[in-house]
Design a protein around this ligand. Sequence first.
Ligand SMILES: Nc1ncnc2c1ncn2[C@@H]1O[C@H](COP(=O)(O)OP(=O)(O)OP(=O)(O)O)[C@@H](O)[C@H]1O
Ligand SMILES: [Mg+2]
Length: 483
Amino acid sequence: MLGHVLLAIPDARLRARLRRTLSQADVLVEHVDNPDELWSRLARTSADMLVAVRSAIPDPATATIGSLRGLPDSPEVVVLDRHSHAEDRAQLLAAGAFAVLDEALSSHALRDVVTAILARRRSETTGSLVARRALPEPRLDDFITSSPAMKTFMELVHRVVASDTSLLILGETGVGKEHLARAIHAESPRATGPFIAVNCGALAETLLESELFGHEAGAFTGATRTRRGSFEMAHKGVVFLDEIGELPQHLQVKLLHVLQRREIQRLGGEAAIGIDVRIMAATNRDIAVDVETKHFRPDLYYRLSVVTLSIPPLRERRDDIRVLVDSYLDYFRGHIRRNVTGTTAEALAALENYPWPGNVRELVNILERAMLLVTGDRIRVQDLPAAVRNSGGVPDEIPRPAANDPRSRALPAHVLNRTWRDARDTMLADFEYAYLSALLHETGGRINETARRAGIEPRSLFDKLKRHGLRKETFRPGRIDEP
Ligand SMILES: Nc1ncnc2c1ncn2[C@@H]1O[C@H](COP(=O)(O)OP(=O)(O)OP(=O)(O)O)[C@@H](O)[C@H]1O
Ligand SMILES: [Mg+2]
């Protein structure tokens, strides 16, 4: 799908720069000269996104953006502003703008934002790998395997399933914290009630507050209607607070109040509303350290951590890898309709040896990718990314140097069995993975430094790391990953 972006940017130089960088990224760019033309143009075209300077958006901007988002294509809105006030920005975001960015941002950074938004839209509209994959409903049985570490862990889980106590779920990224929370909910007496997940790290502070507690009409500019927050919506069910370590201080106080009193107040509201929710929180940070460094309130921590469930990383329960591989291959077989019966012994050895910094999520992604790339009926070592391939196992086929030319010799032989597009995607994914892990290793996992050296924005570095299941913590000096 070709992305379609409309620019409302009077500055001809900025516009030309953007047009150039965006057209390299499979994006069709149009622009409107005259702000008055914007509306008729938007009504006529099927834009995925509007990138507009603040002054091109007629006031009241919040209403304008609201009506834009209501157009049939519901274009995303990115506002460029020079000196925006936090409040103005919050209102634009509350009205539905996807982002408010500094006009001085480099055109490359802007391109990264635009392509990320387009990628997300594509996945929503055409059903990408991720969207198509409605993964199986989490069940507690998913965690019951032969590995000793998990056996001990699950004994504790079973003792708390039926109770109403709050849970604090810890573990590295991708280990299955949310998977476990959903499984516990599904098998608890609250199973018929809702499970509402809120990511405390993903929203700006004011938005997060209204997301959690709701607001009354008129609580702030742009709050035209009363809105119920997550706690109200989750009544009789569960609120899952993901990335709890990112919860701003004043919301920590409010959450403590919810835990103590079982009631909330909407933003701008007077009345206390009684709620009956079970709270499950999760984080991949070392939250005890956040308590010591005063970033997290000890009183809230003690209340949340009465029952703490720490899911062991996948590399500490290697016996589970085989079980997970079997069950996901089974699952994808039905969903991707590839007749793959299993893996070769070498491929399984490589999968079992690899340290899985991105844990189960990384494993699932790699299996799905392999399922799509595989040409025979079994996944071979060469269907796995280089990092996994090189972690053990002997190649199923020796790469043959293509010619005497050293540049073409770098090409692994197996890509020649692929189409151009498949081969390019595999090589690119391998390259990104290798480049990012090597660079993170060099910088000791420091995000800003890594982004600076790579010449990309930290935000886009984050997205890439997430996509590849890489965690910065893994690269901190002095950390020992292999058992
Ligand atoms: N035991 C398991 N059985 C099957 N699938 C699992 C299991 N554990 C995790 N998964 C799958 O792995 C993926 C990652 O799990 P999940 O989103 O729960 O991780 P997380 O710990 O919340 O990660 P993050 O810290 O990055 O948010 C999901 O697709 C989930 O369904
Ligand atoms: Mg999660």
